[in-house]
Structures are given as C-alpha cells and as structure tokens.
Design a protein around this ligand. Structure first.
Ligand code: ADP
Ligand code: ZN
Length: 300
C-alpha cells in the first residue's frame, strides 16, 4: 500500500495562527497554535514548525484578508492593504516558498474552509455552496462548479450593505470603511461594543440574538438571490451557536417571502443553512485541502 500524502496546513487568523500536519481531518499528526504578531515573527514560527516534518508534500495557507490569491498577479501571495499594523504587503507565500520549495496553496480563510467542507464536511457532493463565518470578522467563501470563486480578487461577503433601522438599532457600526455594513453591525466585536459585554456572555433571552439573526438572515437572502447556492454553511464563534442557526433559518425563510420556489428553502431550511460539518476545524482542515489542491495543480 502506498503511504498517504502528508500535507502542512496553516489557518492564518488575525489573532492566532494554527499549523497542522496531516492527511485529512481524521488524521492530524501534529498541531501547534500561537498568537499572530508581526509577519516576520509569525512566519518564522510557522516555518520552524514545518521544518520538523520534511516528508510534507505541499503546504496550504488559509489566511485572513484581504489578500492576493491570483498567481498571475505581481502581488500574488501577499496581504493587500489592511488596517492590521505591519501586515500590508507581507509576502507570505514568498516566505514559505523560500523556506520549503514546495507547492503552496494560498487563499482566504473562508475559501479554505469552504474547500475543507467540500472534501470532508457539509459541502460534499454540491456544485454551488457558500461558507459564511460570523466571528471576530465576517467573511464568505464561495465554491462554484468544482472550484473556489475568486473573480477580480476574492468575494467580500462580510461588507454587504445592510438595511439599518436606527430606531431599532442606534449602534453606529464599526467597519472602518463602511461603518454600518453587515460586518460593521454584526461581528462578535460589534455585538460586544453594542451591548457592553462579550457576545458569549449575553443570556439566551437577550434581544441581541434576534437582532443578530435579523442581520445574518438579511445577508443570507442576498447570497441566495445572487449565487443561488444549494446550501449555506454558517460557522464562526457567533454563527456556530444553535440558537442563532435556528433564528437565521426562520428569518431567512420569512424574508425570502416565498419568492424563491425551491423545496430547499421552502421546506428543508434545516438542511439548507447548516453548521460546518467540520465544526470549528473547517479553517485548519481547509488549509490541508488547499495544500492538496496546490499539489494536484503543480502536477507533481
Ligand atoms: P475568529 O473569527 O477570530 O477566528 P471566532 O470565530 O471564534 O474566532 O470568533 C470570535 C468572536 O466570536 C468573538 O467576538 C467572540 O466574542 C464571539 N464568540 C465566540 N464564542 C461565542 C459564543 N459561544 N457565543 C457568542 N459569541 C461568541
Ligand atoms: Zn465594511
């Protein structure tokens, strides 16, 4: 029997990096996590970790954005202008390639998560679906007919303009670019600022949850109208709550108001908007999937 191919996966988050070595979700052979500091220091720790596993065939990096995932672009592999100090222009793929001479897969954290869900989770067998995270930030990865959607750069599903009823919700929003876009109103950080306590500590009967589900459901209707996905996977610290999922399912169906005539949304909403099959492992497992994809594309 041939030995299964070993991959290195990196979930590059704004607050922490998670690096793993394995062949898939059932076979993670080593894992390390550490805080995200400067690009040089963070990538050095990443590289030091993978140096211990010379049998790795490819590396995948599913990273916070905005980033340049287009191999034909001069800024490929870099973080694009970001308010995160020190990270603008950081050439993450360049650093990995210099250290390892291996195929490197590079995409947004949410595209990585979508690919992981496609191979091993709740995206299996689907042609078109979306992975949405609602956590510290909000972002969406989109899978279309066999590949991840990039288009011009990559989708920015978190920055959707959002109807904002200032009577119901006087909170101004926190997006540095758009103030009260979806992310500005509905990230875990916005929830904490609006209500004055961490989202996880808000009691189940707090009005925060209905408002949060209202915003997420509005975004869902836009994604449904534009992409016509066969399923939407809702993850992230806020999105993974069962109570939020249930409210979002109900409200999405109500806001669509019978217009989209598919049994998927009319009758089977519980199987249409779902939690990630990989739980909170979609990111790091998705990075392994990006490595696998890079190896296949390299033809090695
Ligand atoms: P990240 O987005 O940084 O990768 P998470 O997806 O865990 O990480 O999101 C963190 C955010 O989600 C924080 O704002 C935190 O307050 C919020 N959060 C985490 N767990 C919960 C929970 N059980 N209920 C509500 N909010 C949560
Ligand atoms: Zn925004």
């Amino acid at each position: 029997m041939t030995k299964p191919v070993l991959y290195g996966g990196i979930e590059g988050g704004g607050t922490k990096f998670v690096c793993a070595v394995g062949t898939g979700p059932e076979d993670i052979q080593a894992e390390i996590r550490f805080p995200t500091t400067t690009p040089a220091e963070t990538m050095e720790r990443t590289i030091d970790f993978f140096r211990q596993y010379p049998e790795i065939s490819a590396i995948g990096l599913a990273c916070f954005g905005p980033l340049d995932p287009n191999p034909l672009s001069p800024t490929y592999g870099q973080i694009l202008p970001t308010p995160k100090p020190g990270w603008t222009g950081a050439n993450l793929v360049g650093m990995l390639k210099q250290a390892f001479h291996l195929p490197v897969g590079f995409d947004t954290d949410v595209n990585g998560a979508a690919l992981g869900e496609y191979h091993w989770g709740n995206g299996r067998g689907l042609d078109v679906f979306m992975y949405l995270t609602v956590g510290t930030g909000i972002g969406g990865g989109v899978f279309v007919n066999g590949s991840l959607l990039h288009g011009m750069i990559h989708p920015e599903a978190g920055h959707l303009p959002m109807p904002h009823d200032l009577v119901r919700d006087p909170f101004p929003g926190i997006c540095p670019f758009h103030q009260d876009c979806f992310e500005g109103l509905a990230t875990g950080v916005a929830m904490e600022k609006r209500w004055g306590q961490p989202a996880a500590t808000l009691p189940p009967d707090h009005p925060a949850w209905d408002l949060e589900a209202h915003y997420i459901a509005h975004a869902m209707t836009s994604y449904i109208y534009i992409l016509s996905p066969q399923r939407i996977i809702l993850g992230g610290g806020v999105g993974q709550r069962d109570d939020i999922l249930k409210l979002v399912q109900e409200k999405t169906r109500a806001y669509l108001n019978g217009y989209v005539q598919s049994p998927a949304v009319l009758e089977h909403m519980d199987a249409y908007i779902v939690h990630p099959g990989l739980g909170n492992r979609s990111g790091v497992v998705g990075a392994l999937a990006l490595a696998q994809q890079a190896l296949i594309q390299s033809g090695k």
